[in-house]
Design a protein. Structure first.
Length: 416
């Protein structure tokens, strides 16, 4: 029964491209009108058929992790792209669509992310250990979207370009008090303190990142200008002249957006500027993939711009600039995948094959999300006063602040 339902679903979903599905009983079924992408998959465990009917996003990822879903023609990127170009959630049967609607209504509780839950969610992902992240990130462990104004840039160069772009938008002057919300391994704090003579307070909920960022500040001789706290942003007191947050808003959760932006406004000085860098979606509000929420980012959510503007409008902040990056994160993820696969034997020495397939699925699914599922990066520049930020973007490109070489240990933007 479950196999018959799965086959009917595939017939409904797959129109573009071609999918050949080999079922657990050995039967072979072809779907689609032909043309790219062309993929052949084999499902060897009938137990996953029921899951594919109930929650296809979760079951597909789990089947790949378990090794019961194998790809005999094409690759994982082509498989996920095939589902994306055919409409993904938008073409699911009514029963599955009803499940998505129920999960959307449950966001108020699922993404509540109170301080204790937020700390637990961060530990799930960011405390895997520095040795693991060293295998696919750049030397500064910048775990967020790089910036590729030149597509031939190396990953290190593109991360340095992102750092320079953010620094320009902050309009920092020597001696300013800067808050880095979600400071990661401390790259942004180090850069702003060393290259712009700022006094930086970084906050993180990851014990591992707190320890490493503190160590890096000490080794760089910047402990007098950098303080890294293991603290929830909601417990901070200000004021700060500048606030930066790179890749942290995705972990806040939709129910906390009002709290987040109210806090940013409260912490900023009268001439303050904030730069919020976050993954977003050029589409109506939705829900996080159940597979991603279970295995990678519990409590995480990619917001639509409409969900962010409403809580910002409640504050006294000016929307000084909102920039949209398209394609940059897909390219970043491809670079991470290349390094991950090049070092997969070292990953295997740390974790089992199921973990490797899980991480590979995450990196590829995220890339497809930016290439085919309308995911982007938003940079929202917010200010207390209209005149604090220049009236045109010319200042972002007419001057290039000096940035330390990307190969030095203390460089880079905060890895989130």
């Amino acid at each position: 029964m479950w196999q018959a339902i799965v086959l009917k679903m595939l017939g409904r979903v797959v129109r573009k491209g071609q999918l050949t599905a080999i079922m657990p009983d050995g039967s072979r079924h072809v779907f689609g009108e032909g043309g790219d992408p062309v993929v052949t998959v084999r499902l060897s465990d009938a137990e996953h058929l029921r899951g594919l009917v109930r929650d296809p996003e979760l079951a597909l990822g789990e089947a790949y992790m378990d090794g019961s879903l194998t790809i005999e023609e094409g690759d994982l990127r082509r498989l996920l792209t095939l589902f994306a170009v055919n409409g993904g959630r938008g073409v699911m049967p009514p029963m599955i669509a009803a499940g998505y609607r129920a999960r959307f209504l449950a966001r108020r509780w699922v993404q509540a992310n109170d301080p204790r839950k937020a700390r637990r969610n961060v530990a799930h992902h960011y405390d895997l250990g520095d040795a693991f992240y060293d295998l696919f990130l750049d030397e500064d462990r910048q775990y967020s979207c790089a910036y590729f104004p030149d597509p031939d840039m190396t990953l290190e160069e593109a991360q340095a370009a992102k750092k320079a772009h953010i620094a320009r938008k902050l309009c920092i002057e020597p001696g300013m008090r800067v808050l880095d919300i979600g400071c990661g391994w401390g790259g942004m704090a180090l850069t702003l303190a060393r290259d712009f003579d700022a006094r930086v307070t970084g906050v993180t909920l990851s014990e591992n990142q707190h320890r490493k960022a503190t160590q890096r500040a000490r080794e760089a001789g910047l402990s007098d200008r950098i303080e890294i706290r293991l603290q929830d942003y909601r417990d901070l007191t200000g004021p700060f002249d500048r606030i930066v947050s790179v890749g942290m808003l995705e972990h806040v959760g939709q129910p906390q957006y009002v709290t987040y932006f109210d806090k940013v406004a409260d912490l900023l000085s009268d001439d303050g500027v904030a730069l919020i860098h976050t993954i977003g979606r050029c589409a109506p509000p939705s829900t996080t993939s159940s597979w991603l929420a279970k295995y990678i980012f519990p409590g995480g959510y990619t917001p639509s711009l409409s969900e962010l503007l409403t809580p910002i409008e409640r504050t006294d902040l000016w929307q000084a600039d909102i920039e949209v990056w398209r394609g940059h994160y897909a390219e970043t993820l491809r670079r991470w995948q290349e390094r991950f696969e090049a070092n997969v034997d070292e990953v295997r020495a740390m974790y089992d094959d199921r973990f490797i397939r899980m991480w590979r699925y995450y990196l590829v699914a995220a890339e497809v999300g930016f290439d085919a599922n309308r995911h982007v990066v938003y940079q929202m520049q917010l200010s207390k006063r209209r005149e604090t930020v220049p009236n045109s973007r010319d200042y972002l490109y007419s001057k290039t602040p000096e940035a330390a070489p990307a190969t030095e240990p203390a460089t880079g933007v905060a890895a989130q």
